[in-house]
Design a binder for this molecule. Structure first.
Ligand code: PLP
Length: 380
């Protein structure tokens, strides 16, 4: 048996919806299926305004742009994230300020956020790692006290909740990804969730995503021709991709429940090795309903982690590390960071291993992973 790290899952509706989209002969943005998916996300997650985007990265870019922060403004985010989070900030001439994560959830640490706020801070970007929520009540409180925006990087967190409220709906703006490595996919794709009830900002989003034109107003019949009104870009995904996404979102709960089965299986069977060979593993705080995006193990040190990774590889199981921290990357160094600036992040990244996790994973595959992992742990 060979177990990949990740595998694409189809619900069975994909062909039907894609064929229908082809028949409709409208393949550009804001077509029939774009309407369906954006309404579904809006209703289901209780979001004020949803715009679909070409990727999670573009959702982040659009979101940062909408905040209209003055050049040089500092934006607080974890170093333990994908480069998109920091790129979106830098592209707008802003400065990423990296902070520590908590050792249990690997999410941004509110205590360190508080420490790194300066007069120049303008926003916080919490990243919900593995689809498990950051402490959004605390983060929103800190933001309110310091008059900062909160922009959620909920790329991995579609359909996950914190205290019963969906992730992406806690901050001023939330960003989702439908990249083929995430739980719900369109190959490439994303969405921006605008929670701010700010008509002016929403209108700007409409303009920016359509090359800086007021085409949306024209389509609504508010004006009789459209023109270029500000600097923008093109963030609209093809309706063909949104047809694929609609098929995926039609099985929102099924996909999540399948992933929960894998999570529960790993947790139950590996629990006894926790705090011996395995230092810690995916931890779900009581107030979090995750979407079970991934399952991770943290080992005592890099050597052990690498041994386990190679041991699994030899047994045809693909388990992978995660996030070279941004602050200690070549780009982070250019920004003036040293690896020792964020010791928790630096250490976690060296010791982390993610186990195979995909919606279509069979019981035999799960059992195989656990059996072989226990075998490898016995050889340490
Ligand atoms: C996947 C991901 C992104 C980027 O999303 P894309 O759709 O691949 O552009 C950004 N941030 C985080 C935390 C992610 O996991």
């Amino acid at each position: 048996m060979k177990v990949p790290f990740d595998k694409i899952f189809y619900t069975g509706k994909e062909m039907e919806f894609i064929t229908d989209a082809l028949k409709r002969k409208f393949l550009s943005g804001d077509g029939y299926y774009t309407g369906l998916v954006s309404s579904l996300l809006k209703e289901r997650f209780n979001i004020n305004k949803v715009f679909m985007t070409t990727s999670g990265t573009h959702a982040l870019e659009l979101a940062v742009r909408l905040l209209n922060l003055e050049s040089g403004t500092e934006v607080i985010m974890p170093s333990f994230t994908f480069p998109s989070t920091a790129n979106a900030v830098m592209m707008m001439g802003l400065k990423p300020v990296f902070v520590e994560i908590r050792e249990d959830t690997l999410n941004i640490n509110p205590v360190d956020i508080q420490k790194k706020i300066t007069r120049r801070t303008g926003a916080i970007i919490p990243v919900h790692y593995a689809g498990i929520a950051c402490q959004m009540d605390k983060i929103n409180r800190i933001a309110k006290d310091n008059k900062l925006y909160v922009l959620e990087d909920a790329a991995q967190a579609v359909n996950a909740r914190y205290q019963g409220k969906y992730l992406g709906s806690w901050g001023d703006i939330g960003c989702y990804s439908f990249h083929s490595t995430k739980n719900y996919i369109s190959g490439e794709g994303g969405a921006i969730a605008i929670n701010l009830k700010d008509g002016f900002l929403i209108e700007r989003a409409e303009v920016i995503r359509e090359n800086g034109t007021n085409r949306a107003k024209f389509i609504r019949g508010d004006i009789d021709r459209y023109s270029w009104v500000e600097q923008g870009s093109s963030y609209l995904p093809s309706d063909l991709l949104m047809a694929l996404l609609y098929a995926q979102l039609s099985q929102l709960d099924y996909i999540q429940s399948r992933r929960k089965v894998i999570h529960d299986f790993y947790s139950k069977n590996l629990e006894q090795y926790s705090s011996s060979a395995i230092k810690s593993m995916t931890f779900v705080p009581d107030d979090c309903d995750p979407n079970y995006h991934c399952f991770f193990l943290v080992f005592e040190n890099r050597l052990i982690r690498d041994r386990v990774m190679i041991g699994l590889q030899k047994r045809d199981i693909s388990a992978v590390s995660h996030y070279s921290p941004l602050h200690s990357s070549p780009m982070g160094k250019k920004l003036g960071y040293q690896p020792e600036d964020l010791p928790v992040t630096e250490n976690i990244s060296k010791c982390l291993l993610r186990l195979p996790m995909y919606t279509g994973m069979t019981e035999q595959e799960m059992e195989f992973v656990v059996e072989k992992l226990i075998e490898v742990l016995g050889e340490l």
